[in-house]
Design a protein around this ligand. Structure first.
Ligand code: C2E
Ligand code: MG
Ligand code: MG
Ligand code: MG
Length: 289
């Protein structure tokens, strides 16, 4: 298709570009059969109340994180395949699978812990998200109060009024909504004011820079104050060190998530936490994982 066009010394034809397009197309095709072939799975990462130490931080739920294991490519990170799935529209079907799978899993836990599921922008635009959430809750028997939907900032802004209405309808089902990666994008204070979020997830970039960059501490402190002032709870992402945990607990951050508390893993690694047998496995994971 693409023809080589040379004008003087400038070459417009780049074979590598063609290759990239072909690679992308192949990846699209592989992704489109990933669900059917059972290559998609969910990992679960603990979310804990923020105690001053790991031992005093109690696990209150999990975030479900999608994983794609392709027989040839191996593990493809979500930062690669989620955008791809969004681009091709496949995310709608994939997002439905993820939501159903996460709810089904959580409903099977002996302990009534929370489960948080990430939603993609396309899921707000295509199909009836509220009806889908409602039917999945009925189908799996998960109590609505145990489900939290994570939405990245910016998703709702495109159609402001529709976004507000959608959040209200979701909340009317009894589920909670949280704003993911807060501070990483285009969030504004008016955004926080307009949308009835229950929770703010502070982007891990701010947590990562704690101790290196005094502004990060100031921002985290301010977001906690702001959120609490608006009746929202605050969770910090990417907590990797005891120092970070201590600071967050001291500042009154409600909950924490990060490698320090536990990595995203297949749920059977957290059997003890969800109330199934094998407590010893979890202890090992939390200390070495
Ligand atoms: P996210 O929703 O903000 O998820 C948190 C990400 O931070 C996860 O990356 C998690 O593994 C990583 N993380 C957690 N704790 C730590 C830590 O202490 N240190 C560091 N360095 N990283 C930590 P993951 O699983 O690679 O997912 C990346 C992003 O892909 C997610 O960011 C989310 O935006 C998207 N994603 C993942 N699963 C899904 C899904 O099921 N649906 C949708 N729509 N998006 C998903
Ligand atoms: Mg998330
Ligand atoms: Mg996040
Ligand atoms: Mg993120």
């Amino acid at each position: 298709r693409a023809k080589a066009k040379s004008r003087g010394s400038i070459t417009f034809y780049e074979p590598e570009m063609d290759q990239q397009i072909r690679d992308r197309r192949v990846l699209h095709q592989e992704l489109s059969v990933a669900i059917k072939h059972g290559e998609l799975s969910l990992y679960f990462q603990p979310q804990a109340s923020s105690g001053h130490t790991v031992d005093s931080s109690e696990i209150i739920g999990f975030e479900a994180l999608a994983r794609w294991h392709n027989p040839v490519r191996g593990f493809v990170p979500p930062s690669d395949f989620i955008p791809l799935a969004e681009e091709s529209g496949m995310i709608v079907e994939m997002g439905e699978w993820i939501l159903r799978e996460a709810c089904r899993e959580a409903a099977s836990w002996p302990k009534p812990l929370q489960v948080a599921v990430n939603l993609s922008p396309a899921q707000f635009v295509h199909g009836d998200l509220v009806a889908l959430v409602h039917s999945i809750l009925l189908e799996t028997g998960l109590a609505p109060g145990r489900l939290e939907l994570e939405i990245t900032e910016g998703v709702l802004i495109e159609d402001f009024d529709r976004g507000v209405a959608l959040l209200r309808r979701l909340k009317a089902l009894g589920v909670r909504v949280s704003m993911d990666d807060f501070g990483s994008g285009y969030s504004s204070l008016s955004y926080l004011q307009a949308f009835p979020f229950d929770k703010i997830k502070i982007d891990r970039a701010f947590v990562m820079n704690l101790g290196r960059n005094p502004q990060s501490a100031a921002i985290i402190r301010a977001v906690i104050g702001l959120g609490h002032g608006m009746n929202m709870s605050i969770v910090a992402e990417g907590v990797e060190t005891q120092e970070q945990l201590g600071f967050l607990a001291e500042q009154g951050c409600d909950s924490v998530q990060g490698y320090l508390l536990g990595k995203p893993l297949p749920i059977d690694k957290y059997d003890g936490v969800v109330g199934r047998a094998h407590d010893d496995v979890v202890e090992t994971v939390r200390k070495t994982g």
